[in-house]
Design a protein around this ligand. Structure first.
Ligand SMILES: CSC[C@@H](O)[C@@H](O)C(=O)COP(=O)(O)O
Length: 349
C-alpha cells in the first residue's frame, strides 16, 4: 500500500498499481499493470494524468518492459528497449516530464554497457524508484519555497489538478497549498472546475476535502468576476512544459486565468519541478499542444452535452506568455524575471 491515499502510482511487487483518476472522486479503482502497454494505455486515456505523474508512469512502463521483454542477450534487450522508449515518449506530447523521465531511465542502459539483462532489469527498477522518491522530495521543496509567497489568510485560486494525484505524491501547486495550510489554517482555496475533463471539480476538490483544507468550487467562468471583486489574493497553477524564457504550457484555460490575474493586479505563480523545464525550447511557440478527442467536449460520462453531430475543438493545453507570470516556484527557489537567466541558473544548481 502507498504511504498516502492520494499517491496515484506505486509498486506492488512487480506490478504497477495506478489509481484510475477517470473514476474519482466517486470510485477508487486500482488498475494493476503487468505489461508496459497497459501503462501506456492508462496514460493515453488519462487514467493517470498530470505531467510529473505521467513521467513516473512512463518510467514505470519501461521498468515493466525491462521485466517482460523477451531477449536472451543484452543486444536484443537494448534494441527492443529503445523501441519501447520511443513508444512511451509518444503517449502524451505536451508534458516535458514524460520524455525527461524516459531519458533518465534510458541513461541507465547507456551508462552500463557491460551489464547483462538481469542487471539491467534491476538497475532500471532502481532508477524508477529513485525518480519517484525524487519527485516527492522536489514537491515538498516546492511547497517550502512556495508557502512564502502565500500571504496570511490568503484566498488562493488554482486551476486543473496539480496535486498529489498529478505527481508521485504531495503535488506542485497543491504542494504550495498544503505547505501554506500547515502554517496558516485560515487560507482558503478556490478551485475552478476545469472543463472538459473536470480535474478541478473531481480531483482538486477531492484532495482538498481529504486534507480538510477550506475550499470552494467555482465554474471556470466565475474566476474573472471573483478576481474583479477582490476575492482572490494569489493564483497558483502547475505546468506541463516551461520553455527557456518562462513561457508555460498548462491545462487549457490557464492562459485565461493569467490574463484575468494581470488585469486585476493579482500575482500569478506557476509551481513546477525542474523536470518540467525544457531548455531546448527558446519560447512557448514550439511547445506541442495535444489535441484530444472532441467527444470529451461534446460528451460527459457517455452522455451528450451538445447536439448530435456538433463539431468541437479540444486543445488540452494552452501557453501562458512569461510576461503574465509573477514567479516560477521550483524545488531550488522561486524564479523571477528575467526568466531566461533565472531558469538557466536553476537548471545548473
Ligand atoms: C503537477 S501537474 C501540472 C500539470 O500537468 C497540470 O496542471 C495539468 O495541466 C494536467 O493536465 P492533464 O491533462 O490532466 O494531464
Amino acid at each position: 500500500m502507498p504511504e498516502s491515499s492520494l499517491r496515484p502510482i506505486y509498486w506492488e511487487d512487480d506490478v504497477v498499481a495506478i489509481i484510475d483518476q477517470r473514476l474519482l472522486p466517486h470510485k477508487r479503482v486500482v488498475l494493476r499493470c503487468t505489461e508496459p502497454q497497459q501503462v501506456i494505455r492508462a496514460i493515453k486515456t488519462m487514467a493517470i494524468r498530470g505531467a510529473p505523474a505521467v513521467g513516473i508512469a512512463g518510467a514505470a512502463a519501461l521498468a515493466l518492459g525491462a521485466l517482460t521483454l523477451k531477449a536472451a542477450d543484452p543486444q536484443t534487450f537494448r534494441r527492443k528497449f529503445v523501441r519501447l522508449c520511443r513508444q512511451v515518449k509518444e503517449a502524451r506530447p505536451t508534458g516535458n516530464n514524460l520524455s525527461w523521465a524516459v531519458e533518465k531511465v534510458y541513461s541507465v542502459v547507456v551508462e552500463n554497457p557491460e551489464a547483462d539483462v538481469f542487471q539491467l532489469r534491476r538497475l532500471i527498477r532502481e532508477k524508477v524508484e529513485a525518480l519517484m522518491a525524487e519527485d516527492v522530495a522536489a514537491n515538498r521543496a516546492i511547497g517550502a519555497w512556495g508557502r512564502k509567497i502565500v500571504p496570511s489568510g490568503a484566498r488562493i485560486l488554482t486551476y486543473c489538478n496539480a496535486g498529489a494525484l498529478a505527481t508521485a505524491d504531495y503535488g506542485t501547486a497543491l504542494g504550495v497549498v498544503r505547505a501554506a495550510f500547515a502554517e496558516d489554517s485560515s487560507i482558503h482555496v478556490y478551485t475552478c472546475e476545469t472543463r472538459p475533463f473536470l480535474q478541478g471539480s473531481r480531483l482538486t476538490a477531492y484532495e482538498l476535502m481529504v486534507e480538510g483544507i477550506p475550499s470552494t468550487l467555482i465554474t471556470d467562468n466565475a474566476a474573472g468576476s471573483l478576481m474583479h471583486q477582490k476575492r482572490i489574493d494569489v493564483v497558483v497553477v502547475g505546468a506541463d512544459r516551461i520553455a527557456a524564457n518562462g513561457d508555460t504550457a498548462n491545462k487549457i484555460g490557464t492562459y485565461t486565468m493569467a490574463v484575468l490575474a494581470k488585469a486585476n493586479d493579482i500575482p500569478f505563480y506557476v509551481a513546477a519541478p525542474r523536470s518540467t523545464i525544457d531548455p531546448a525550447l527558446a519560447d512557448g511557440s514550439s511547445i506541442p499542444i495535444e489535441e484530444r478527442d472532441p467527444r470529451e467536449v461534446t460528451h460527459w460520462n457517455g452522455r451528450a452535452v451538445a447536439p448530435k453531430g456538433m463539431a468541437a475543438l479540444n486543445p488540452a493545453f494552452d501557453v501562458t506568455p512569461n510576461r503574465l507570470i509573477t514567479g516560477i516556484i521550483t524545488e531550488v527557489g522561486v524564479l523571477r524575471r528575467p526568466f531566461k537567466r533565472t531558469i538557466k541558473k536553476a537548471l545548473e544548481a
